[in-house]
Design a protein around this ligand. Structure first.
Ligand code: NAD
Length: 471
């Protein structure tokens, strides 16, 4: 049993002002895996005051000092990486290979990228008579979700530290352990008191208190669209900057000349990765209508081939994060059946032989873009295949969404892929795969307004000052 009942405030492990705890449930077993404290606005006040005090010096620290600090965190992160992986497996049910692989690697990657960017970043440049300075925005509230816990926290903390900001992290209540270990890492690495603070607790209490706080300069939020809307409203009275990274319903366009076997199987398995709990997942697979029968065969085979089970074993997919997430996904599968979508793999209930734990069947429908299952973010292992007539039709369907986070184009002819990628109204598009820590990541439309990753992630945490008459 893990017991993480202290917060990290002003460089010390601190008991909550008002003691209150909550159980954390292991989604693979439905059993209690530990407890955390739930903070109150009084804890937020202490953390914000510490961050404000620390900003007076850290905000003026040198790039060299900040690089030394990030490098010292890097060494400590690598030392504790296996513990982070174990924590992620227990808290949100990622299979051990994924938890100890891509999950922790993403955090380490954002840290390494922040170091690389900081080495080259121009905080000052002269244009004519004006000096343009990029200065840290100040005290930041960082609010993160549970689905890729190290990715979401690290993509905020390290650019914020590199920029010279101080911060208060509010990790997700469902996945609090990895954040606690990360706070230990930052403490051990020598982050100055007050620069990084962490309070666990409920979003509606801690997240809202940070968002409304007079002395917090910006909020960086990753999570669902409805909470993002609430955060913008709560932040309005104090006119603070709000960076939003929200949900998606991303289209994967398989072009006519693409190899169906490889691409449909890849897209289907990709959708089931992390139990479908990925904001940029290609949850709408757009395929040529003339090849639908072949697509159905390939997708059903791929979905039926996904191994589901205990995250401690060698499976491709573990459970989804919680009972409530399980129930939401079941309701969407039911809705798909009601709407008349054709079920070609998976369906309602748990996979055979798994009676305990929040396991969902890898599910594939063939449907139309006006169905609820094609319009709303399900956030589970449910793929909707949608046939298209020609490229214009494919682009029209892809763009007919409230969201605009990810996008995928597969095809042999690179010029056609590029032309399609230009027409898609979405923040990040993968053409025949690829991965880049320096590529900006964020959404169009209701997928948000921020851009994280690489150099673009730094701008979230910087103000721009013009000093006119410098020269
Ligand atoms: P969520 O919106 O329920 O919670 C996210 C965080 O916000 C949690 O820490 C939560 O405690 C906190 N919160 C809840 N209510 C709040 C309030 N009123 N004020 C301030 N904070 C509050 O989201 P989730 O279920 O944890 O995560 C899943 C969602 O995150 C999905 O919609 C997914 O697409 C999205 N997501 C987006 C990205 C991206 O980069 N665009 C990445 C990962 C996840």
């Amino acid at each position: 049993m893990r017991s993480y009942t202290q917060f990290y405030i002003d460089g010390r492990w601190t008991s909550p002002v008002t003691p209150k705890t909550a159980e954390v449930i292991n989604p693979a077993t439905e059993e209690v895996s530990g407890e955390i404290s739930l903070g109150s606005p009084a804890d937020v006040d202490l953390a914000v005051a510490a961050a404000r005090r620390a900003f007076a010096t850290y905000g003026e620290s040198s790039v060299k000092d900040r690089l030394d600090l990030l490098e010292s965190i890097q060494a400590e992160y690598v030392r504790r990486e296996a513990e982070l992986g174990e924590a992620i497996m227990v808290e949100m049910g990622a299979p051990k290979g994924l938890a100890n692989g891509f999950h922790t690697l993403l955090g380490k990657g954002h840290l390494g990228t922040a170091i690389e960017v900081l080495k080259e970043f121009k905080f000052e440049e002269q244009r004519g008579v004006t000096l343009i300075r990029k200065e840290p925005i100040g005290v930041c509230g960082l609010i993160t979700p549970w689905n890729w816990p190290m990715n979401q926290t690290c993509v905020k903390i390290f650019p914020a530290l590199a920029a010279g900001c101080t911060m208060i992290l509010k990790p997700p209540q469902l996945a609090p352990y990895s954040a606690q270990i990360l706070a230990e890492i930052l403490d051990k690495a020598g982050v100055p008191a007050g620069v990084f603070n962490m309070i666990q607790g409920q979003g509606s209490v801690i997240g809202a208190a940070l968002t409304r706080h007079e002395d917090v300069d910006m909020i960086s939020f990753t999570g669902s669209e409805p909470v993002g809307v609430q955060i913008q409203k709560d932040a309005a009275d104090t006119v603070k900057r709000v960076g939003l990274e929200l949900g998606g319903k991303s289209a994967w366009i398989v072009l006519d000349d693409a190899s169906l076997a490889a691409n449909v199987a890849g897209a289907t398995a990709g959708m089931m990765g992390n139990s479908g709990q990925t904001c940029s997942a290609g949850s709408r697979l757009l395929v040529p209508a003339s090849r639908l029968d072949d697509v159905k065969r390939a997708a059903a085979e791929a979905a039926n081939g996904v191994t589901v089970g205990d995250p401690q074993s060698d499976v491709a997919m573990g459970p989804v994060v919680s009972k409530s997430q399980y129930n939401i996904i079941q309701q969407y599968i039911e809705k798909g059946l009601e709407e008349g979508a054709e079920l070609i793999a998976g369906g309602l209930g748990r996979p055979e032989g798994l009676d305990k734990g929040w396991y969902v069947k890898p599910t594939v429908f063939v449907g139309t873009n006006d169905m609820v299952i094609a319009r709303e973010e399900i956030f589970g292992p449910v793929l909707v295949i949608i046939p298209y007539d020609d490229i214009d039709d494919a682009v029209r369907i892809a763009n007919d969404s409230n969201f605009g986070l990810g996008g995928y184009v597969s095809g042999e002819d690179l010029d056609t892929c590029r032309a399609v990628s230009r027409r898609m109204r979405t923040g990040a598009i993968w053409v025949n795969g690829g991965f880049d820590f320096h590529a900006p990541f964020g959404g169009y439309k209701r997928s948000g307004n921020g851009r994280e990753w690489g150099e673009f992630g730094f701008h979230e945490y910087l103000e721009v000052k013009s000093v006119i008459g410098w020269n």
